[in-house]
Design a protein around this ligand. Sequence first.
Ligand code: ADE
Length: 244
Amino acid sequence: MIFTVLTLFPGIFDSPLKESITKKAVDKGLINFNIINIRDFADDAHKTCDDAPYGGGPGMVMKIEPIYRAMEYVEKSAGRPRYVLLSPQGRIFDENTAIRYARSKHLCLVCGRYEGLDERVLNLVDEEVSIGDYVLSGGEIPALVLIDAITRCIPGVLGNEQSSIDESFSGGLLEYPQYTRPDAFMDMEVPPVLLSGNHEEIRKWRRKEAIKKTIFKRPDLMNRFTPTDEDRKLIREVMEEIPE
Ligand code: ADE
């Protein structure tokens, strides 16, 4: 899969993509990055990419032409990608969107900057995505967030294919609690079932704990969760264990 990024600050992408999972995915040939400086597509001597807003008001607005020309350049060498604009006005990004984007052959993330972006850029992109209800200085960090989450959904990226399925949100529940050695630290002990070697008991315990965690920490996620018959029984058990 190709990730193309259109940005005024390509340096922001230098080190994060060269570490950890994204680096390994590049080394395995599963993903490729193409970081493009929008400024290279400005057509005046000053490489202007922003201008004053029509109608007046404070701040500067990112111009449409350099972005359009950068897109033309991308399409000439690699065909038309799926264009996603990062903006606090977009739909909130979640794991299902990451899974959907991971099926694309070529994703182009367009990073807005400054106080705003010419509204007509919205007509050039396929989707507008936000990573949460807060305003960042630009779309670069959100683009890195998307790249990380999407890369993890690409088959072959995570060593253990099961680990992306088990983790929080896939399947609609938070992840069950994990422990490693030592089995006792100060007065905190690892739940005995995990040391029992009984795989069926461990599986059931984990499912119940995932349900418990989700009910207590993120009850909103339960509305979208489709329980199996076993889950329904576990939900009842969790609710019955809550003290009056
Ligand atoms: N650009 C600025 N803030 C943003 C946000 N919350 N999500 C995506 N892009 C942004």
